[in-house]
Design a protein around this ligand. Sequence first.
Ligand SMILES: *Cc1c(COP(=O)(O)O)cnc(C)c1O
Length: 340
Amino acid sequence: MDQKRQIDWEKLGFDYIKTDFRFISVWKNGSWDAGKLVEDNTLTISEGSTALHYGQQCFEGLKAYSTKNGDIQLFRPDENAKRMQKSCDRLMMPRVPEELFILACKQVVRANRAFVPPYGTGATLYLRPFVIGIGDNLGVKPAPAYIFCVFCSPVGPYFKGGMKPVEFCVSDYDRAAPNGTGNAKVGGNYSASLLPHNEAVQRGFADCIYLDPATHTKIEEVGAANFFGITESNCFVTPKSNSILGSITKYSLMHVAREYLQMKIEEREIPIDQLDEFVEAGACGTAAVITPIRSIEHNGKSYVFCKENDPGPVTKKLYQTLTGIQFGDVEAPEGWIVRV
Ligand SMILES: *Cc1c(COP(=O)(O)O)cnc(C)c1O
């Protein structure tokens, strides 16, 4: 067992901590090089890089988990690899092969073993793969070269001392256009969400929920997490839309709901004025895991889904089963867990 770093694992938040190694591969003349681990955490790129001017970049987020017996494992990295290929397609960037993506993740975790939080702390090692367009360029066109990089940072449990329900408002802004880049994990969607997020926080909310950009009548998602609701008849409902980012956590929860908790599942439109149909609601994503939603405010009306500090029973069961699978305490569906 390697020596772990002196880190107060229990106190970790979601902040950048510089680790020892990151993986970098460069694309030039039609192919990615083999890639290597490097110690330098800075990138030197041309001032004309398309990533800087035209937002030609995408990213991913996944975690490495320590199990009870000391193994380290990734949760569905193949899904992140596939999603990043879709994002690359959308922005005319070269696809990173799935094997290179998973190899890079494994190498970064192994090289930074001392930063992987121990089992039982609730903390994990967050991996951040990304692709950026680089090289001398001026006009609007795809870059002549690209960097694929994976770096990592230990992060804390999203919930310190249990799941804390949050309050959301509904934004008048859109984070994406109806047939835009909402379904690709690209930085532009995030810079567009900074102002709406800030205004929601100013008004006393944790974050805002976006409506469908075409009609502003249906729920889409939260800035960095998908939405789900639980009906009285124990059905897991989540929005279907072309402009939301398909959360791997969300699709995993749908499987957990159906196969582990014998619930019904529905992926469909959710009118914002029909939130009364839900007895529980939550936001889900790799960083957020499951954030229970206490209330959503819309047009002066507040829809309430749980008591102040007490998530509903279904939300709790979903959370326990999903994190149980991720930390190796609950048997995983075939192919979901990749040992490092
Ligand atoms: C990354 C992301 C999510 C969460 O996806 P996961 O695969 O569950 O981490 C949700 N919404 C947006 C906009 C995202 O970028």
